[in-house]
Design a protein. Sequence first.
Lengths: 254, 254
Amino acid sequence: MKPLILVTNDDGIGASGIRALIEVAQQFGEVLVVAPDSPQSGQGHAITLEHPLRLYKVNIFEGIDSYECSGTPVDCVKMAKHVLVKDRKIDLCISGINHGSNSSINIIYSGTMSAAMEASIEKIPSIGFSLLDYHMGADFSAAKHYATEIIKLVLERGMQNTLLLNVNIPKLPLSEIKGSRICRQAEGHWAEEFIPNTDPTGRPYYWLSGKFTCADAGEDTDIWALENGYVSIVPSMHDLTAYAAIPMMKYLDL
Amino acid sequence: MKPLILVTNDDGIGASGIRALIEVAQQFGEVLVVAPDSPQSGQGHAITLEHPLRLYKVNIFEGIDSYECSGTPVDCVKMAKHVLVKDRKIDLCISGINHGSNSSINIIYSGTMSAAMEASIEKIPSIGFSLLDYHMGADFSAAKHYATEIIKLVLERGMQNTLLLNVNIPKLPLSEIKGSRICRQAEGHWAEEFIPNTDPTGRPYYWLSGKFTCADAGEDTDIWALENGYVSIVPSMHDLTAYAAIPMMKYLDL
């Protein structure tokens, strides 16, 4: 039987990035699409507990079993697994191709990467793909090339089922990309600004803005790879335990 | 100068758990409260990008500088740091006391723990506290006892500023709690069910439900500690790199 590949994203089912990823996935197996019905950027690992969820079959991608879901990217993975697929094994979950970077700390805010993480919690090997180009009309051809190579190798060689890969592709023509690198997550953060304003009734509000900053100069990071023309691949996990800190924190064994 | 302690949560500024935590924090320093104006359970690391945010000063806790925010727990930490405090250092961020467990994989779905994680990204040492009792009228006295001891020690001995601690307190009277244990995060997941139903217009919907399951039998996990009458403390981090997997994934260096 051909592998079953679940495709999702956080930009919504209408984004061009998910269409690019579906075209890649079709080469390798049976494709199931469950994606949000609206943009869900920055939703992180949010799940919908306080509201009901809608799940509708849609006819957007020719010959592909596709659903739009009213929830978050993580809800999409949960619904795919527990409502649609149930007892059959999902062999791979791929998420994206995101319009914009999910390198460094952005893995944590990203709905695209949180969907991949949710799959890893369900013991489904998973990969999130992001292109460093926010434009809705971005050129996904180099990203599709690398997604094809990476998915092919992961399906052939296998991957620990609690892992997720965070793949970011630089905004460069394929001919200028030097290759791909296995990296660690760079230590960065957002230097936020909240733009203050007042609404038509005179009440104050703030709008989140900011600039990503990274003081981590390591040459083994995803940020270094991307700045130097490589595709970055960070093997990531949902076990957040800081194992190295356990001996140091023993003073809290009370 | 007394340490500046930021207090937040995900159950909302009206929850009794945050009041308990503020009472603990007051013993140790100057307290600033920035908490969501409505319940935000399951919001994970979501941030608000598509909408403006409201931030209002409130007069709920006597003598405590307090604000309610219309966003997620992570938004609350960002607004505290970048709108309210700005250049002064926040010495500690504490989040909770959550009404219900955040052990094992729940750290990832939890707004309480994501607020603590956001503080760690901002290099503010942080601790999330959760009591294994979902009732709004839960008895927080044992949780307050352990929160006091843990905060005291962390302020005295210091903690790496990129760490967060995930502290869970069993639903037991203080006299029956055996102590606290430094643990790793148990490998568990939610066996979800989506309850199907139809709305008044006849359209189908689903409501997320589920049961936490954990096949990880290790005696060094948070789940083991809690089931055996201990407070669990998991030192956690926002670097999600699966370092052990890096050599295994070198086949993707293309």
